[in-house]
Each structure stands twice: as C-alpha cells, then as structure tokens.
Design a protein around this ligand. Structure first.
Ligand SMILES: *Cc1c(COP(=O)(O)O)cnc(C)c1O
Length: 336
C-alpha cells in the first residue's frame, strides 16, 4: 500500500508525470540525464505545488474550511497554484503577496504569476515585510482571526517550517511514483537533483525514497538560504515527515545534501552563469526553466557534473519543479 494512502487528499495534479531522457543534454555532458516533468502537473501551468496542495487541501476539507489563506512572493508559483486549486474546487481563497524581491520592474509586479492571480480574481493583500517568514505567518494569523470573527472557517497553508508538513506528503507519493517508472524503464539511477526552498519537495522526496529502500543520493540545490541553514531546515522537515508516516524519525537525516553555489545573488535574483543555464536548456531541449528555482537547480546539476560528483556514464534524474509563468516576469533575460 502507498505510504501516504491513509491521509486525506484531493485530486489536483495530472499523475504520473512523465519521466523522459534529455537526449541532447545527455550526449553533450556524457551523463544520462533524465527529467521528471513536474512542470507539467496540469494545474494552471503545473509545478510542484499541485502535488503539495493535494494534501494541504485534503486537510483543509477535513477541517471543513471554507476559505484558504496563503502567502508568498509577488511571483510566487505557490500562490498562483493555490488560487487555481481553490477555483477548481470551488473554495474561497485569499492570498498575501510579500515584497520579498526588491525590484521596480513592471513585468515583475504585473506579468507572469501576478497576472494569473489577478486573472483568477483572488482577494490579494500586499505586505511590505521583505524576506521574513515569521512576520508573513503572523499577518496570515491576524487575517484568519478577522475571518473567524465573521463566521468563516479559514485554513492557512503556511510556508514556514513550524507547521505539520502535509505538503511534503505529495513528494513522498512522487518518490514511489518515480521508483515505479524507473523500474518500468529498467534504469538504475545514481543521483537525484531537486530545488530546495521551503524543503517540502526535498524532504518529501528524500524520506519517500529512504522509506522505499532507496539509498541513492538526493542533491538539494539551495534557492533561498545557504547550505548550512538549508540542511537544518531539511532535517527538521524530514524528521516531521517521518513522524507523520510512523517511520524512524532519522530515516533520512544522515543523508541530507545541499549545494548553494547557484544561489547567488539571492532569492528571486539570477546570476549571469545561471541565466546561461536557463538559455542552454531552452536552446538544447526546448524546455523552459524559471529564474527563481529551476534555472538554479539545473545549474546545480551541471556544476555537479563539472565537479565530477556526478561522473561520466552515470544516470541522474532531475526533478523539474515548474515555475514556467515566472519567465514572463523577467523579460530582461532575453535582451542583449
Ligand atoms: C516552490 C518551488 C520550489 C521549491 O519547492 P519547496 O518544496 O518549497 O522546496 C521549486 N521550484 C519551483 C518552480 C517552485 O515553485
């Protein structure tokens, strides 16, 4: 039986997502690079949040919530996906947009995910707190209090690490899905590479693999914090996920790997080297990466190949976590 089958969930993502080989990248790098197309989960431009929301909203409905509340950056894929899920399921939704990235770019504020959130007519609250998760959560709590006074039943989908990681269950499920696909294709995987942000994806995937008996390294590529702080975060989240599943809480904690060389110059900002990786993927495979997450995670994969951590002839699965609409918020990438 699937590890997560006893938890409430709703159906949002098109699953299983495709696992396919990147033939051009593979022949150019000498490594067998496969891609798990979680950019194509179906829910309004896809991405990893569709899998996470299946379990968060499962909980919300269990608690008979009638309005979802969440928070994220102006170009948040999570916010866009939450609004799309709420619209699909007919639940009310309010979102909070944080000014996490300091830019006056009109495209950043109005195009990409920001455009989609407006298009779906979500109630939007703007908060000017910069990059402060606790302040963002407190603002959500205050809004939930107001809604409760009005007789509503709000459910908060938080991003900080101080809550039950229901969303990570979506990636425990994805780990089982992936192992089955590998078996069907008859491939032996030597490495996984995935973006590591709130760490729901990284911790869920790692815990799901370990619980299924796989000891293959999972390389988390930092997109928001340096490797030292991210390892702590993944550790805390994996422990919590393992507890939810009634597993040894330390089943994954010895094998947490994070790399932060693609992080610079910080969350939501992209270096020239990472921008070159974004263009390389578009031009060699016709696949779009986004500047905040996946250009960094794929750049991380390329660095690991360069460093020989992923050796010639080995097989790596890259988890494409989505983010495609955000490309339209960064038109400067294609200028010059
Ligand atoms: C949110 C997001 C991530 C990071 O996933 P976490 O589960 O928060 O670590 C990676 N890629 C994309 C495109 C995202 O939107």
């Amino acid at each position: 039986m699937a590890l997560t089958s006893s938890f409430p969930s709703v159906s949002l993502a098109h699953k299983p997502t495709v696992l396919e080989q990147l033939h051009n990248v593979s022949s150019q790098s000498g490594v067998n690079v496969w891609i798990k197309r979680d950019d194509c989960t179906g829910l309004l431009f896809g991405g990893n949040k569709a899998r996470q929301l299946e379990y968060y909203i499962g909980q919300a409905l269990e608690e008979q919530a009638d309005v979802l509340l969440t928070t994220g950056a102006v170009q948040s894929n999570h916010v866009r996906s939450t609004v799309a899920a709420a619209r699909k399921l007919g639940i009310d939704v309010e979102v909070q947009l944080e000014n996490r990235v300091s830019t006056n770019s009109a495209a950043y504020h109005n195009s990409g995910n920001a455009l989609l959130v407006k298009l779906m007519g979500a109630t939007v609250h703007h908060i000017d707190i910069g990059d402060d998760e606790d302040a963002a959560d407190k603002a959500l709590d205050r809004r939930a209090d107001v809604l409760r006074e009005d007789g509503r039943r709000p459910y908060i989908i938080p991003l900080s690490n101080a809550h039950t990681p229901w969303g990570a269950l979506g990636y425990v499920e994805a780990a089982e899905e992936l192992l089955k696909q590998q078996q069907d294709f008859g491939i032996n995987v030597d490495h996984y590479v995935v973006a590591s942000g709130s760490a729901s994806t990284h911790a869920g995937l790692l815990t799901g693999l370990r619980a299924s008996g796989s000891n293959v390294p999972v390389h988390g590529i930092c997109v928001r914090r340096d490797a030292t702080s991210q390892i702590e975060r993944v550790k805390k989240k994996s422990t919590a996920v393992a507890r939810l599943l009634n597993l040894d809480p330390d089943i994954a904690t010895d094998s947490i790997i994070c790399h932060d060389d693609a992080l610079w110059p910080g969350y939501g900002m992209i270096s020239d080297a990472v921008a070159d990786t974004l263009k390389y993927m578009a031009q060699s495979e016709g696949i779009v990466l986004d500047p905040t997450y996946t250009a960094k995670s794929f750049h991380g994969l390329r660095s690991l190949v360069k460093q020989g951590v992923i050796a010639g002839g080995e097989t790596v699965v890259y988890i494409h976590t989505g983010g495609s609409p955000a490309i339209f918020a960064y038109p400067e990438l294609t200028q010059g």
